[in-house]
Design a protein around this ligand. Sequence first.
Ligand code: PGA
Length: 220
Amino acid sequence: MITIFENYEQMSEYTASLVAEEITNNPKSRLGLPTGSTPIGMYKNLIQFGLDWSNVETYNLDEYEGISHSHPESYHMYMNKNLFLHVNLKKENIHFPDDQYDKTISGFGGLDLTILGIGHNGHIAFNEPGSSVTSRTRKVKLTEETINANSRFFDSINEVPKKAFTMGMKTIRESKKIILIANGQDKWDILNECFNGELSKDRPASILQTHPNIQVFYAG
Ligand code: PGA
């Protein structure tokens, strides 16, 4: 079930074309959106389509706790830089996780398409290994592994937030469509285990094997 691309650029272009198709077919699409290094190419390509985003609703997967939204490494700033400032999305249609998130999402009828990355430990959003498959949006403690992985974006590891808000496993699984993207050979083993191995709570992404409409993309 893993589609392998020749390179990162091809994977990014193709993923962007699928998101663009979703928005074209349904101008009121509700999208679940990721941050991290992997989706940057997808956003770059997506902007080029010059689509009308005025009725699109976005729901980010996660946000750090304990840093301001204007901190350069906050996911608010990441999204501004990589997407929001380049399209005509309405401010009121941009959503980040909070205590009301699941209510808001289900109130609008659920997510149409969610794009995900994957961590080296199999996390999706900040649902770390052991996360319940029925979990909803909540505040979580980040694992040492995730804090180490994210320290590359901060001046020092001490500055990396230790907690975050994350969309829940169940919230993600309820998205009508899912595209999971992974880039780099260091992601292959976990991707392979998650999608060609046994389902396990210890590898959160593996739970998506049973999703009725998921595509998994890899560029080595
Ligand atoms: P990355 O992060 O795209 O920066 O590798 C993915 C993730 O941890 O979800």
